[in-house]
Design a protein around this ligand. Structure first.
Ligand SMILES: CC(C)(COP(=O)(O)OP(=O)(O)OC[C@H]1O[C@@H](n2cnc3c(N)ncnc32)[C@H](O)[C@@H]1OP(=O)(O)O)[C@@H](O)C(=O)NCCC(=O)NCCS
Length: 170
């Protein structure tokens, strides 16, 4: 699996050595406020995520650990094509890192994987993600209520899409 270098970041394949850093993120209540699963309580939950990330069929998706200055600050990728998902440690928010990582992932989705579009499914309360995606050119395609049951609470979805240039409707 490829590594992607951007101005400030390295996006690389996950390894079992990343479990502790990723657990810091997946157990963080702020980072997980609008995720599709509850925050991780046990390290074993994060270990299972890491195993799942490592066993993605490259024909079906790819997911990266995001590093900045040698430190793991998050995870981003298209775990299942064409849906993009991303999460950063709150101590790395507000610096444009997510925008930098997603710009590279979207470019790769269109140029390497030749996807006609990249999609996102975001909780309508998740303003930071909606702002980020719309800044990257994603457009709202629709909304649906009660799409995710997260720890017994129903959450809604906003569906967004970015078309590749070659597939835009003229
Ligand atoms: C979604 C998430 C990654 C966004 O993080 P973020 O740091 O706000 O996103 P960006 O990289 O776009 O950074 C934008 C902010 O950095 C600031 N910034 C600073 N330097 C910047 C730079 N060089 N370039 C761009 N923005 C910069 C911007 O002004 C902006 O600040 P604002 O939000 O106060 O307007 C983060 O909130 C998160 O991890 N959330 C939890 C996980 C989640 O909900 N994921 C979505 C599930 S699909």
């Amino acid at each position: 699996m490829a590594k992607i270098e951007t101005t400030r970041l390295l996006l690389r394949p996950v390894s079992r050595n990343d479990v502790a850093d990723l657990h810091d993120i997946f157990s963080n209540l702020d980072a997980m406020a609008y995720w599709s699963t509850p925050p991780h309580i046990d390290l074993a939950e994060t270990e299972a995520w890491v195993e799942a990330m490592m066993s993605i069929d490259p024909r079906e998706g790819e997911d990266f650990v995001v590093e900045c200055n040698g430190r793991v600050i998050g995870k981003a990728g298209l775990y299942t094509f064409p849906e993009i998902r991303f999460i950063l440690n709150p101590n790395s928010w507000g610096k444009g890192y997510a925008q930098e990582a997603l710009t590279a992932l979207v470019d790769r989705a269109f140029s390497v994987h030749q996807l006609p579009s990249v999609d996102a499914d975001v909780d309508p309360r998740n303003e930071a993600s909606l702002r980020l995606l719309q800044r990257l050119g994603f457009q709202v395609m629709g909304r649906a209520p009660r799409t995710w049951n997260v720890g017994g609470v129903w959450c809604d979805s906003v569906f967004l899409r970015l078309m590749s240039r070659g597939h835009q409707v003229r």
